[in-house]
Design a protein around this ligand. Structure first.
Ligand SMILES: [Zn+2]
Ligand SMILES: [Zn+2]
Length: 293
């Protein structure tokens, strides 16, 4: 079976939304059936609808920090889940200081009566959480501190693949024997996707995302606005590219783009980042990226 992971960048704008760039929301779904939302900016439920994804399918939401452009979509999303007849459990991982806010959102939206919401508070600078174990494969989320104006976290999603046969065998007995003896058995390298949320370029981010396959890094400003970026705990596109280069990642996707770069103007961010890190792509709302594990 092809091991495919799809990233849909639902909201790629910074704090001030525009019609073409909604606030932060990124969806990942994989061949195992996991559907994960990274941040839930305002309007996320509309973007999900446009992407053709039912809100009831989202099983896991990871929130980087408490700024409105990363959490204001939660109340509407939870209400829509409730009104859509959701019954399956939802897990939300978020910094501990958001626990009271999240509890009141759940209470106000009435969703607690219809389906279970498990809150997993982040209580340490780094740690990990097993999202799912399906067959031989496991999906884990690791978090790390970023360098922003408030306590904020980035995430690394890691698909850890169990051992499998190097070549297909039609006979089940033969497959079992090979697996038991370890002959012709391979353990594929894990696939890792990192998401920074909001951050300045900093050492802890570089260390935490080292060697990942895909780095989704914020790029609020262009390189002429380094001072502005540093002041507010954000990055320029070139700053993001330097992180990608230093961390030796395979691919860089730029998101969290200020609405001062309207339409095609935003391409300038991609172009200048490519001077530093060639394998860079600027995300747009509702863009889709296929990743292979
Ligand atoms: Zn933000
Ligand atoms: Zn922020």
């Amino acid at each position: 079976m092809a091991r495919l992971i799809e990233l849909i960048t639902l909201g790629t704008g910074a704090a001030l939304p525009s019609l073409e760039r909604f606030t932060a929301a990124h969806l990942l779904r994989d061949w195992l059936g996991n559907v994960i939302l990274l941040d839930a900016g305002e309007g996320v439920q509309h973007r999900l609808r446009q992407a053709g994804i039912s809100p009831t399918k989202v099983e896991f939401i990871a929130i980087t920090h408490g700024h409105g452009d990363h959490i204001n979509g939660l109340p509407g999303l939870l209400q829509t889940m409730y009104l859509s007849g959701r019954t399956s459990k939802l897990t939300v991982i978020a910094p501990r200081y958001l626990e009271d806010y999240l509890k009141s959102v759940i209470e106000v939206e009435g969703s607690e009566k219809a389906f279970q919401v498990d809150l997993a508070p982040i209580t340490a600078d780094e740690g990990s959480y097993v999202i799912s174990v399906k067959g031989r494969d496991r999906l884990e989320l690791r978090w790390f501190r970023t360098c922003h104006s408030i306590e904020s976290y980035g995430f690394v999603l890691e698909w850890v693949l169990g051992p499998r046969l190097a070549r297909p065998v039609s006979n089940a007995e033969e497959a079992k024997r090979l697996m038991e003896t370890g002959k012709d058995v391979v353990v594929p390298a894990p696939l890792r996707v990192a998401y920074t949320g909001d951050t300045s370029p900093c050492e802890n981010v570089i260390t935490s995302v080292r060697g990942v396959d895909v780095l989704i890094h914020e790029a609020t400003f262009d390189s002429t606005m380094e001072a502005e970026a540093a002041k507010f705990g954000h990055s320029t596109s070139v700053g993001a590219a330097r992180v990608a280069k230093e961390a030796s990642v395979r691919k860089l996707i730029l998101t969290h783009v200020s609405t001062r770069y309207e339409g095609y103007e935003a391409k300038a961010l991609e172009e200048e980042a490519r001077q530093v890190f060639p394998d860079t792509v600027l995300a747009w709302d509702l863009a889709r990226f296929a990743l292979k594990a």
